[in-house]
Design a binder for this molecule. Structure first.
Ligand SMILES: *[C@@H]1O[C@H](CO)[C@@H](O)[C@H](O)[C@H]1NC(C)=O
Ligand SMILES: *[C@@H]1O[C@H](CO)[C@@H](O)[C@H](O)[C@H]1NC(C)=O
Ligand SMILES: *[C@@H]1O[C@H](CO)[C@@H](O)[C@H](O)[C@H]1NC(C)=O
Ligand SMILES: *[C@@H]1O[C@H](CO)[C@@H](O)[C@H](O)[C@H]1NC(C)=O
Ligand SMILES: *[C@@H]1O[C@H](CO)[C@@H](O)[C@H](O)[C@H]1NC(C)=O
Ligand SMILES: *[C@@H]1O[C@H](CO)[C@@H](O)[C@H](O)[C@H]1NC(C)=O
Ligand SMILES: *[C@@H]1O[C@H](CO)[C@@H](O)[C@H](O)[C@H]1NC(C)=O
Ligand SMILES: *[C@@H]1O[C@H](CO)[C@@H](O)[C@H](O)[C@H]1NC(C)=O
Ligand SMILES: *[C@@H]1O[C@H](CO)[C@@H](O)[C@H](O)[C@H]1NC(C)=O
Ligand SMILES: *[C@@H]1O[C@H](CO)[C@@H](O)[C@H](O)[C@H]1NC(C)=O
Ligand SMILES: *[C@@H]1O[C@H](CO)[C@@H](O)[C@H](O)[C@H]1NC(C)=O
Ligand SMILES: *[C@@H]1O[C@H](CO)[C@@H](O)[C@H](O)[C@H]1NC(C)=O
Length: 429
């Protein structure tokens, strides 16, 4: 069921949206669903392809769907990316213009509403800073042709990447094509915005501040993993076992969803990681970082327990064999303590989901599969999201996990769909 604000359409019919918008809102509880992916590639994160605006030559842009940050932006036309200096806020000697096909120009889109608002977003300990001067509200369309009219995004005109380079500035570094922040909205002081989820909630496109992410069962070959994101509803066919509430232990000033560290099971043995830390659930990170101190005896025991399957490559976990040879049945499992007495939840992530095409150069790399799995700190990134269903309700402060990676399709199964009315939330134990 789709509300009047969320219209399944084709680009050809988008020009009629302004009429649709003036229709009074339906009384039906609305929801928003769109596909997400973990593309095959060493630096991939959880992404979705969007087009923004209704110009006659819009191109899809692959944007990061990032539970670890708050704000939503894409590139303005002629945006410049600077790099080459190790110093904070120093643009450095190198620059490139973002290709027009990866940018948006509100002047070409009849449905745009521009505001002169400046933005500056800082990522990964100041290693990436983006800036812009305007916001635009426009029609956001997903690859399924689901559209959300009047969605506000910031348009960034420049970036500084803190990356060293040689004098030739070749090759240009990889850079994000856009980021849609999905972390909980705190308030207009703490959250600069635009806040994608909060704006949908404020405009009554959804009735609850809930979000559920899921991935389907992995395909038999090493390739893109596909899933979906649901706002304002839950589809219980996307997980097995109960949805278990866990504590969000984010401290004041921390942005995002933080859990207590889980115990880790591999090859039949369970380990209590040695680093005293909490773990960030961050779909915008390419790898999982396990709370073992590099070189620690706990990490050595964990590797040893694998019976030769896993080895360390400078803090990165590698499989001792080709990526294709990793068994489909081999999981790394995480047991999180439940928020409620006596409850816990085990999430199995197929080891194959960590094989994303990262490579070790030279002879050392032959017959070894470098995984998107590292140690030190604790972050559950895109690989974890490929195995878990993560459910959040910022209205009631609930964070819950269930075993994902089980369903076949990425679209909603209407028989298992529950759309939330105001004040409703998912069932959890
Ligand atoms: C999204 O874009 C990427 C990069 O162009 C492409 O590989 C992928 O197949 C696209 N996904 C969908 C669902 O269109
Ligand atoms: C888009 O529309 C403009 C103005 O009507 C036209 O000049 C241009 O050729 C069109 N581009 C495409 C790709 O259709
Ligand atoms: C981008 O740069 C080109 C070439 O300098 C210019 O023609 C165009 O107007 C610029 N676009 C915007 C939106 O500033
Ligand atoms: C980009 O680099 C070139 C060559 O160093 C320089 O001439 C140009 O001014 C730079 N552009 C911007 C926008 O900084
Ligand atoms: C936004 O800024 C542009 C360029 O500085 C200016 O021409 C325009 O009038 C401003 N618009 C508003 C609504 O303030
Ligand atoms: C979306 O719309 C375009 C243009 O009408 C069409 O070519 C494409 O097949 C549609 N995609 C889906 C998933 O419906
Ligand atoms: C340095 O410059 C050469 C070309 O002169 C290039 O092939 C090489 O990849 C560059 N980049 C780095 C990071 O070494
Ligand atoms: C643009 O979107 C924001 C956030 O949803 C909303 O508050 C604002 O009213 C919108 N502006 C227009 C002109 O519709
Ligand atoms: C773990 O860290 C917390 C917060 O930094 C601290 O309060 C606690 O005492 C530490 N526990 C251990 C066992 O070191
Ligand atoms: C490593 O594992 C083997 C069994 O696979 C065991 O016999 C040995 O004691 C372990 N060594 C350490 C240091 O844990
Ligand atoms: C990796 O596998 C090879 C044979 O496949 C074996 O000889 C070697 O001992 C293994 N390495 C580790 C660290 O277990
Ligand atoms: C982890 O294992 C330890 C030792 O067996 C146990 O005390 C603790 O409760 C476990 N934690 C979780 C989250 O299951």
């Amino acid at each position: 069921m789709l509300s009047s604000t969320i219209i399944r359409t084709t680009l050809a019919t988008i020009f009629s949206l302004s009429c649709a918008l003036s229709i009074p809102r339906s009384q039906d509880a609305p929801y928003v669903q769109f596909p997400i992916e973990f593309l095959y590639g060493a630096d991939s994160r959880v992404t979705t392809n969007i087009t923004f605006g209704t110009s006659n030559d819009t191109h899809p842009i692959t944007v990061v769907m990032d539970t670890g940050s708050a704000n939503a932006w894409i590139w303005q036309q002629n945006a410049t990316v600077h790099w080459g200096s190790p110093y904070l806020f120093d643009p450095g000697p190198c620059n490139m213009t973002v290709p027009t096909a990866l940018t948006y120009n509100p002047l070409l889109s009849p449905t745009s509403h521009v505001q002169n608002t400046s933005s500056e977003y800082i990522y990964a300990g100041y290693s990436k800073i983006v800036q812009g001067n305007i916001y635009s509200n426009d029609t956001l369309t997903f690859s399924t042709n689901t559209s959300i009219p009047n969605t506000r995004l910031a348009l960034e005109s420049s970036a500084i990447l803190r990356i060293q380079s040689n004098v030739t500035c070749i090759p240009p570094p990889p850079y994000d094509k856009g980021i849609i922040g999905l972390s909980p909205y705190i308030n207009s002081k703490m959250t600069q915005g635009p806040s994608f989820r909060q704006n949908l909630f404020s405009s009554s496109a959804i009735n609850t501040q809930t979000m559920i992410t899921y991935f389907s069962a992995p395909p038999s070959t090493l390739t893109t993993l596909s899933g979906g994101l649901l706002l304002g509803a839950i589809d219980t066919s996307k997980f097995t076992g109960p949805l278990v509430r866990i504590l969000n232990v984010a401290e004041t000033g921390e942005i995002g969803y933080y859990t207590e560290k889980p115990n880790i099971t591999f090859n039949g043995q369970t380990f209590v990681p040695d680093v005293n830390t909490t773990c960030l659930l961050d779909s915008g990170t390419h790898a999982d970082y396990l709370p073992f101190a590099p070189q620690s005896s706990a990490y050595k025991q964990f590797l040893n327990a694998s019976g030769g399957m896993l080895k360390d490559e400078n803090g990165v976990v590698a499989y001792n064999g080709t990526c294709e040879s990793i068994s489909h049945d081999l999981n790394i499992s995480y047991v999180f303590a439940g928020a409620n007495e006596g409850k816990s939840v085990k999430i199995d992530v197929p080891l194959r989901n960590y094989a994303r095409g990262a490579s070790l150069d030279g002879v050392a790399g032959e017959g070894i599969c470098l995984l998107n799995l590292e140690v030190g700190g604790c972050t559950f990134g895109a690989p974890f999201y490929s195995g878990a269903v993560v459910a959040v309700d910022d209205g009631s402060g609930v964070l819950a996990l269930a075993q994902g990676g089980v369903s076949r399709g990425v679209g909603v199964d209407t028989a298992s769909l529950r759309i939330f009315g105001k004040g409703e939330t998912f069932d959890y134990v």
